[in-house]
Design a protein around this ligand. Structure first.
Ligand code: SF4
Ligand code: SF4
Length: 232
């Protein structure tokens, strides 16, 4: 899932500015699960903005709507009316949702209410952890299912840096230090009697499959719909 956190109210108010009609758009998927931008959060944020505007003596009409997935146009098409009426659309979807709204409604002023953090999962109630950095060429088959890119602070591919202490990464301190990913990889492979994998040399990674290659896309020719044959 994509993990995000809500921006501070002061920053959100600055982004909304003096708009008279504000539409808060929540998303019913990842950001609902991480309690940042679902229907409940949209309702609370809408109330806060209304109260703040009232206290400033500049009342604004703030309404809320939550779509199932803000990153798919078919769900965004269902809110065309409210989007077109709004002076500002405040998206509390992830950065993809914000951009999908801005792309689908090019005339709308769309601003983000969240900071999108990472791809991860809940480790326990109220705590989310990063698990994948979308490198585009997955190595988990060699590393016991533990990602050295998202979970090793130095993104090392051939074993630990030597700085870990008591299983904790040297980047970070005290209780907040993350686990050393390579310690976890070693323990996992040892427990599975597959330590030979750790001796294999992983060549320098071609980072073009990651963000370094610029914006990426996946094309599945077998799923594409035929384009209409337009004749002049
Ligand atoms: S190796 Fe790459 S694709 Fe696989 S989990 Fe790590 S970052 Fe994600
Ligand atoms: S201590 Fe472990 S997790 Fe931290 S940078 Fe070194 S190898 Fe990576």
């Amino acid at each position: 899932m994509i993990v995000a956190e809500q921006k501070a109210l002061d920053e959100i108010r600055q982004l909304v500015g003096d708009a008279k009609q504000v539409l808060v758009v929540g998303c019913g998927t990842c950001v609902t699960v991480c309690f940042a931008g679902g229907a409940k959060e949209a309702g609370v944020l809408g109330s806060l903005l209304r109260m703040a505007a009232q206290m400033d003596g500049q009342p604004a009409a703030v309404t809320e709507v939550t779509v199932q997935r803000q990153c798919e146009w078919e769900y965004l098409d269902a809110i065309r009316g409210p989007v077109e009426k709004a002076d500002v659309v405040l998206s509390i979807g992830c950065g993809i949702g914000v951009q999908a709204l801005a792309e689908r409604y090019p005339d709308a002023v769309v601003v983000p209410g969240l900071n999108t953090k990472f791809m991860g999962m809940p480790a326990e109630h109220g705590e989310w952890v990063e698990r994948c950095a979308a490198c585009g060429n997955c190595l988990l088959g060699l590393t016991g299912g533990i990602c050295p890119i998202a979970r090793c602070s130095k993104q090392l591919l051939n074993g630990p840096c030597g700085g870990s202490s008591q299983g904790k990464c040297e980047v970070g301190c005290g209780d907040s230090a993350p686990d050393c990913a390579w310690q976890l990889i070693y323990q996992k492979l040892a427990a599975q009697d597959r330590l030979h994998l750790i001796m294999e040399i992983t060549p320098a990674k071609d980072w073009r499959s990651s963000r370094d290659g610029g914006p990426r896309k996946v094309v599945r020719a077998d799923l594409k719909l035929p384009q209409p044959d337009i004749k002049e």
